[in-house]
Design a protein around this ligand. Structure first.
Ligand code: BEZ
Ligand code: FE
Length: 281
C-alpha cells in the first residue's frame, strides 16, 4: 500500500486507493488506465503550474458552454479524434458492409416520413441532387423495410436547427422506407462544407493548433432495419477541398460517393450510393 504520494509513485498512490469491494472490475479497469495515462502524460510533458491552470480554465469553460442545444465536450472529443476512435472500436464490421462515422450534433429524431422520391430541400437553397441506390445485406440481397433517415445543411452551410425562423422546420430532413427491392431515391441538394461551431473552447483549441474548423460536404444518413446493425454514416462529396482534412476526422474513403452532373432535367446532380448492412450479431 502506497501511503504518501511522491513524483515517482504518483499513479500507483492513487490506484492503490481504489477499493475493489466497492467498485466493479470494469470501472476499476477504466480508472486504472485513466490514472496511469494521465500521470504519465503530465510527467512526460512536465506540465507547469500555469499550464495546469489553463487546462482547468478550458475544462471549466467547456462545461459552461454546454446547454440543451450545445455539447462542447462532444465537440472537443470530435476535434481530438476521440469520437471517431470510440466509433471505430464499437462498429467493427464485416468486409463489404458500409462503414460508420460520427453522428454529429444536428440529428433531430422524428423527421417526417416521406414517400419515395420526395424533395427534402424545402428552401431550395443549393444545387438539386437526386440521391439513389439500394439497401442490401452483405450477400447483396435487398433489405425491405429499411428506414433511411437523412439530414444535411443547405448550400449556405447551416442546418435548419441552426437557423430557426430563417430555414423552414425539417429543411433537408426526411425518412424513407425501402420496399421489397431495397431501393431508395429522394431529392435534396448537393451539400456544402461548413465549419464546426468555433465560438467556444474547441474553436480556440483549433485556432491555437493552427487547424481549420471545416467539415467536407456531406449528407448524414442513419439506416435501420430489423435484424441488422444500426448504420450511422455520411455520404461525402469527393471533390471537396476539405475531404482530406475533416475537422472531426469523419471521412472514410469508402463513404465518398460518385456525385455526377446530370444532362439537365429536374436535377443538377445525381448521387448513386448503396448501403450495405451488417447482420445483428
Ligand atoms: C456534423 O457533421 O454535423 C458535425 C459533426 C461533428 C461536429 C460538428 C458537426
Ligand atoms: Fe454534418
Amino acid at each position: 500500500m502506497v501511503r504518501y504520494l511522491t513524483e515517482e509513485n504518483s499513479a500507483a498512490a492513487v490506484i492503490d486507493r481504489i477499493n475493489d469491494a466497492e467498485c466493479s472490475p470494469r470501472f476499476r479497469r477504466i480508472m486504472e488506465g485513466l490514472i496511469m495515462h494521465l500521470h504519465a502524460f503530465i510527467r512526460e510533458v512536465a506540465l507547469t503550474q500555469e499550464e495546469w491552470e489553463v487546462a482547468i480554465d478550458v475544462l471549466t469553460r467547456t462545461g459552461q458552454k454546454c446547454s440543451a442545444e450545445r455539447q462542447e465536450f462532444i465537440l472537443m472529443s470530435d476535434t481530438l479524434g476521440v469520437s471517431m476512435l470510440v466509433d471505430a472500436i464499437n462498429n467493427r464490421r464485416p468486409e463489404g458492409a458500409t462503414e460508420n462515422t460520427v453522428l454529429g450534433p444536428f440529428h433531430v429524431a422524428g423527421a417526417p416520413e416521406l414517400p419515395m422520391g420526395a424533395n427534402i430541400s424545402l428552401d431550395g437553397v443549393g444545387e438539386s441532387c437526386l440521391f439513389r441506390g439500394r439497401v442490401l445485406d452483405i450477400d447483396g440481397r435487398p433489405v425491405a423495410g429499411a428506414k433511411i433517415d437523412v439530414w444535411s445543411d443547405n448550400a449556405n452551410g447551416f442546418y435548419d436547427v441552426q437557423q430557426p425562423g430563417i430555414q423552414p422546420k425539417w429543411n433537408n430532413r426526411g425518412i424513407f422506407t425501402t420496399g421489397a427491392d431495397g431501393a431508395y431515391h429522394f431529392r435534396g441538394i448537393k451539400p456544402t462544407s461548413y465549419p464546426v461551431p468555433v465560438d467556444g473552447p474547441a474553436g480556440e483549441m483549433l485556432t491555437a493548433m493552427g487547424r481549420h474548423p471545416y467539415r467536407p460536404s456531406h449528407t448524414h444518413v442513419i439506416v435501420t432495419a430489423r435484424g441488422f446493425q444500426k448504420l450511422v454514416t455520411h455520404i461525402f462529396v469527393g471533390d471537396d477541398p476539405y475531404i482530406e482534412s475533416d475537422a472531426v476526422f469523419g471521412v472514410k474513403p469508402s463513404l465518398i460517393a460518385p456525385f455526377a452532373r446530370t444532362d439537365g432535367g429536374d436535377t443538377a446532380w445525381v448521387c448513386p450510393f448503396d448501403f450495405v448492412l451488417a447482420p445483428q450479431d
